[in-house]
Design a protein around this ligand. Structure first.
Ligand SMILES: [Zn+2]
Length: 411
């Protein structure tokens, strides 16, 4: 296969936070080089991307491709078959990729569906992002499992939780996702400030994670829960809604990422159907916690906690394919600069996933995951919500440049 040259684009350096006019050469799914002058290579196909701002494909570190953001009641999904869920997930994956998200970390899926979807996308049978998968969520007994039983692998006590972790590995999990504190979506009797794993239970999971070399991501809402999780060496805290300064300082010290998922509250509260039909205690929790959560993200930045972009896409009203809204939220509401929010969605997210030498930057030797937009996202971060070009592993999946400049789209 010959090379492809993207010519005349504005190419983003995520570490410097600057664009420069350059040409990118792709070969065999990898970036071969970035040159200010177009090199003459006989077998290359040239694609003129004049006027486009080119960035690395975005990375969403918290999605649920198997969960339908269109549900209006928490128990609506219970009756779905695995086949129906798989068909939904394939569509959600396509929407996600076409929005410029070339890699996702799936933080909890339905039975064994996500492993099959991940593998089929990797084999080129469907269009979708590269998927890093948790399999099911690992949890102690919780009423949340009544809404979505196929989402959870439940266990109580160290040995039962170790068995749950090994079961996820058996079914192809790339990492563990722990529901290690109470959840905002849980029953009224289980507040988000609850601690749902004992220290012994956490230690059992940490031992399995170490032995099998799997990172741990953990839902963390309560400050004490987050401190316990940072102490056992989790790589990321999801949501972090009530993290206090002490918990955030520990996260900074141990280089534990915060994945804020600011989209969840915004999506739920702006979706009038979901807001009216979800249990009111959940709506009240999100309404009252939202200002605290925003302040947590601001404090995390001040204390030097690494931040990675994650949407929780699949939660009510939080639609697959709207993932870049999180970058807008991080800038507009949590005070991040455009450069910082793009880093959170590219090179820093790649580092969280352990893929920092493969994705998240435009440089020679990196995967050819490239997106393009018409406007400069440093001046208007919403440009990331209007993606015109998507290339993943060197294959073009979206080309919405003006028709006279388009090349054939390969899908
Ligand atoms: Zn989630």
């Amino acid at each position: 296969m010959g090379s492809i040259q993207l010519t005349n684009g504005s190419v983003y350096d995520v570490e410097r936070g600057t664009f420069r006019r350059a040409n990118i050469t792709l070969r065999d799914g990898v970036i071969e080089g970035i040159h200010e002058k177009t090199p003459r290579i006989g077998d290359s196909r040239q694609i003129d991307v004049d006027h486009l701002y080119l960035l690395p494909g975005l990375i969403d570190c918290h999605v649920h491709l198997c969960l339908p953001s269109e549900v209006t009641k928490p128990d609506e999904w219970v009756q779905q078959s695995d086949a129906e869920v798989a068909l939904y997930a394939i569509g959600a994956a396509r929407r996600t990729l076409l929005a410029g998200i070339t890699t996702v970390r799936d933080c909890g899926s339905w039975n064994r569906v996500i492993g099959a979807v991940r593998n089929a996308i990797k084999a080129g049978r469907f269009a979708g992002p590269r998927i890093v998968s948790a399999g099911k969520q690992i949890s102690t007994t919780t009423g949340s499992a009544d809404y979505m039983p196929a989402l959870f692998d439940l266990g109580d006590g160290p040995s039962a939780l170790a068995a749950a972790a090994r079961s996820q590995i058996k079914h192809g999990a790339d990492f563990f996702l722990l529901i290690a504190t109470g959840a905002m979506f849980s029953h009224e009797s289980e507040g988000p400030d609850c601690l749902t794993f004992t220290r012994e239970e956490l230690a059992a999971i940490a031992a399995i994670a170490s032995d099998y070399r799997r990172p741990i991501a953990a839902q963390g809402t309560s400050p004490e829960g987050i401190r316990r999780l940072a102490e056992i060496g989790v790589t990321s805290i999801e949501h972090g809604i009530f993290a206090d300064e002490q918990a955030l300082e520990l996260m900074a010290q141990k280089k534990v990422f915060l994945v804020p998922t600011l989209c969840v509250a915004k999506a739920l509260l702006r979706d009038s159907v979901a807001a009216a039909s979800f249990p009111q205690h959940i709506i009240r929790r999100y309404t009252s916690a939202d200002p605290t959560h925003i302040e947590v993200v601001r404090t995390a930045q001040r204390l030097g906690v690494p931040i990675a972009m994650g949407t929780d896409a699949g939660s009510p009203g939080n639609h697959h394919g709207r993932n870049a809204d999180e970058c807008v939220e991080m800038c507009r509401r949590a005070g991040m600069s455009a450069e910082a929010s793009i880093r959170a969605a590219t090179c820093d997210a790649a580092r969280l996933l352990g893929l920092g030498n493969q994705i998240g930057r435009l440089a020679a030797g990196m995967a050819a995951d490239i997106i393009g937009c018409d406007d400069n996202p440093l001046e208007d971060i919403t440009a990331l919500t209007r993606i015109k070009l998507v290339i993943k592993d060197g294959t073009m999946f979206l080309d919405e440049r003006e028709p006279s400049k388009q090349s054939a789209t390969v899908t």
